[in-house]
Design a protein around this ligand. Structure first.
Ligand code: SF4
Ligand code: SF4
Length: 316
């Protein structure tokens, strides 16, 4: 007598049937990107400017996959007579993501906020050695780090953020002051017309694009980079103003000297005998310069005097 199918078998068949009729939920990656939470641990980014080479992260990493090299750098004193200081200069900072287990300890222990999580995860490689990201590549990941979550209502900003805002505001103020000083320095050299004044006001907002790009590439915040680029532009304007003033001054001196020459040689009252006015007028009418005409008029007068002297001698 045939045995009845077991209940377990029926359950299994039912599940198979149900699954077969349910639409697939496979995500079509890479055509459709997964919707990951913003704080996903994708890759570690390095803000090199914040790193003081304290080695805390490398010491705490359970996988020993952080490699840091540095050397001591002697920094000149800030003020004359001060002591020179030494600081660590970062030469190499690399993370081997083939070994990293994404525990996040390095990010947590960094006392200077130099390491951040980025949600980027697409950095697979054909060669395992390429999974060691050097500091330049770790710096590039900083662009993908999401901004920090907003503070809770009523919470005070961290001191570092406040200090940063103050430093940025001070830098902007200094840059504006430098631009104003540069504009004022340019005014006596060339009295500004109304249009020039507008230009000077606009110049205060000009930035040195090369400096801005370099600082942004070095990881400085946009605000600090803009302030420093403004200061650099103001400095350049000041230098070019000084260079422009030099030839203008020389020209003014030359013009002054040229202006004195005819005055010294022109026919002053009571000296008609030393200056032949007719010669002077003729030469001026011929287009000769005042100085040349005055010199020739004096020579003509001297010639006339000599001739008159000879005539008197002959009569005597
Ligand atoms: S996440 Fe963990 S394993 Fe990876 S580098 Fe940082 S400390 Fe090391
Ligand atoms: S813990 Fe932070 S500051 Fe110290 S070496 Fe690591 S990244 Fe640099």
């Amino acid at each position: 007598m045939p045995t009845m199918p077991k209940i377990g078998l029926l359950k299994g068949l039912g599940l198979t049937l149900k699954t077969a009729l349910t639409p697939a939920t496979t995500q079509q990656y890479p055509h459709v990107k997964p919707d990951l939470p913003p704080r996903t641990r994708g890759v570690i980014a390095l803000m090199e400017e914040n790193c003081t080479v304290c080695f805390q992260c490398a010491r705490e990493c359970p996988d020993w996959c952080i490699y840091i090299d540095s050397h001591k750098l002697t920094v000149p004193p800030k003020e004359p007579g001060g002591r020179t200081r030494t600081r660590n200069q970062l030469d190499r900072f690399a993370i081997d993501f083939a070994l990293c287990m994404y525990c996040g300890i390095c990010v947590e222990v960094c006392p200077f906020d130099a390491l951040f999580w980025s949600p980027e995860f697409e950095y697979s490689e054909y060669r395992i050695a390429d999974l060691t990201h050097e500091k330049e590549r770790l710096r590039e990941w900083m662009d993908t780090v999401p901004p920090p979550p907003p503070l809770e209502v009523g919470a005070t900003s961290p001191k570092e953020v406040e200090d940063g805002h103050k430093a940025a505001a001070k830098a902007v103020e200094e840059a504006a002051e430098a631009a104003r000083a540069a504009a004022q320095a340019q005014q006596p050299a060339a009295p500004a017309a109304e249009g020039d004044q507008q230009q000077a006001a606009g110049a205060a907002d000009e930035i040195d694009q090369a400096t801005f790009d370099r600082l942004v590439a070095e990881g400085k915040s946009e605000r600090v980079a803009r302030a420093k680029a403004k200061a650099a532009a103001a400095k350049q304007r000041k230098q070019s103003g000084a260079q422009a003033a030099e030839p203008a001054q020389a020209e003014a001196q030359t013009a002054e000297a040229a202006g004195q020459a005819p005055a010294a040689t022109a026919a002053p009252e009571g000296e008609a005998a030393t200056f032949d006015q007719a010669t002077y007028d003729r030469l001026i009418a011929e287009g000769k310069s005042e100085r040349v005409a005055a010199a020739k008029a004096k020579a003509a007068a001297a010639k006339q005097r000599r001739q008159a002297g000879r005539d008197q001698e002959g009569e005597g």
